[in-house]
Design a protein around this ligand. Structure first.
Ligand code: 5AD
Length: 382
């Protein structure tokens, strides 16, 4: 068998190579893997972490994804929707802090009232970023509102204004189609298909969004081979961004009996997945997620040390934070408004990375695709 150190120097990896990287539990090999991923991230993306201010707009959801604490069938969840003013105030906090983008997320709805509301929200944030903050093109916007029609994607893109910093996150959750169906068969009926998910990602790309996807790591029934298949799928989809975090059990979900992985093994598998993905897809943006931070306090900076280059600090108003309970003990639900300042300090102290303030933070992957399309340099401000 090839020495592990030799494997780490490769730029092309076979399925067997990826599996070996992903599976290692040897502490020295793990450290070497994370260090190599961190180094390559620096080479491609520089020493900068991009920040997005995350605003959880509403926890009302029309689906019953079994893993998720805000699924429709969880009658214990207190439902809320922020007002436009609350959303603008949260966006203002992020822009004041110099985060070049906001990320807007909610439970999944596709009724006309919701579509109109999100359109209004996008336009209002864009307008504010131009008028109040003097960002000529408007701030970056990442939308995460599930599967929608092409027409809806287009309406929201137009409202968000800045097409050079327009992004959409839609995780595939797992590329194991049997597992995907199981996860999305709440209340005894299939509610989602993997094919529709792939179609949505393709529609988003053709509308002009920078496309992000991702998976949960350590889902009951998921194998390491599945995770390798996930990485290959990210490559096939030619995605610009990734968000991946550990699967955490949720009392509001429908998978409590299935349990979850042991914390130490899950932290290792998550870091292995982040680093292996970084080696396989050097130019994409990879986020260090709240789920990772929830697994272990401070682990978001471990994510950065494993190859992540994006963070999404929560800027949702205090009044509703605890209600966006995707999984148990979600980090940051009680933190005070200064917690993001603390996060920034921790990041700098623990990783040596700087915060990319006033940058849109599009991925190198997206920017090089734009260049090859010979359009105007997409993102003069990176
Ligand atoms: N554990 C980890 N991540 C979860 N998500 C939802 N429920 C859980 C859970 N129990 C993630 C999904 C979804 C994103 C919004 O949150 O991957 O895409």
């Amino acid at each position: 068998m090839k020495p592990f150190a030799e494997l780490l120097q490769q730029t092309d990896f076979s399925d067997a190579d990826l599996l070996r990287l992903l599976k290692t539990s040897d502490p020295l090999e793990c450290q070497a893997l994370y260090a190599e991923a961190f180094k390559r991230t620096t080479q491609v993306h520089g020493n900068v972490i991009y920040f997005r201010g995350l605003i959880e707009i509403s926890n009302i959801c029309t689906y019953d994804c079994r893993y998720c604490g805000i699924r429709k069938g969880n009658l214990a969840a207190r439902r809320y929707t922020l007002s436009i003013d609350e959303i603008l105030e949260a966006a203002r906090y992020a822009l004041k802090a110099g985060y070049g983008s906001v990320a807007l997320q909610s439970g999944e709805r596709d009724d006309p009232k919701f579509i109109d509301f999100i359109e209004e929200v996008c336009a209002a944030i864009h307008d504010m970023s131009v008028r109040e903050f003097g960002i000529a093109e408007g701030c970056g916007m990442t939308l995460s509102f599930g599967e929608q029609s092409l027409e809806t994607y287009e309406r929201w893109a137009a409202a968000a204004g800045n097409r050079n910093a327009l992004r959409y996150l839609l995780r595939i959750e797992t590329s194991n189609q049997k597992l995907f169906s199981h996860l999305h068969s709440g209340q005894g009926r299939a509610q989602k298909t993997y094919a529709a998910r792939l179609q949505a990602l393709s529609d988003l790309r053709s509308t002009g969004y920078q496309v992000g996807t991702g998976v949960m790591i350590g889902i009951p029934g998921q194998s390491e081979e599945d995770l390798v298949r996930d990485i290959l799928t990210f490559k096939e989809l030619d995605v610009d961004m990734l968000g991946m975090g550990p699967y955490l059990v949720s009392q509001g979900g429908a998978m409590v009996e299935e349990g979850m992985m042991h914390k130490d093994a899950l932290l290792r598998l998550t870091r292995n997945m982040l680093s292996t993905t970084r080696l396989a897809l050097p130019t994409v943006n990879i986020a260090a997620t709240t789920a990772l931070e929830t697994l272990e306090s401070g682990a978001r900076t471990l994510g950065v040390l494993s190859g992540c280059n994006v963070m999404m600090p929560n800027v949702t108003p205090q009044r509703t934070r605890a209600s966006y309970q995707l999984y148990d003990n979600k980090q940051g639900t009680e933190s005070d408004p200064d917690s993001n300042v603390q996060l920034e300090a921790e990041l700098i102290a623990n990783t040596g990375r700087a915060i990319g303030r006033h940058l849109f933070g599009s991925s190198v992957h997206f920017r090089s695709r734009q260049k090859t399309k010979k359009t105007k340099a997409a993102d003069a401000r990176p």
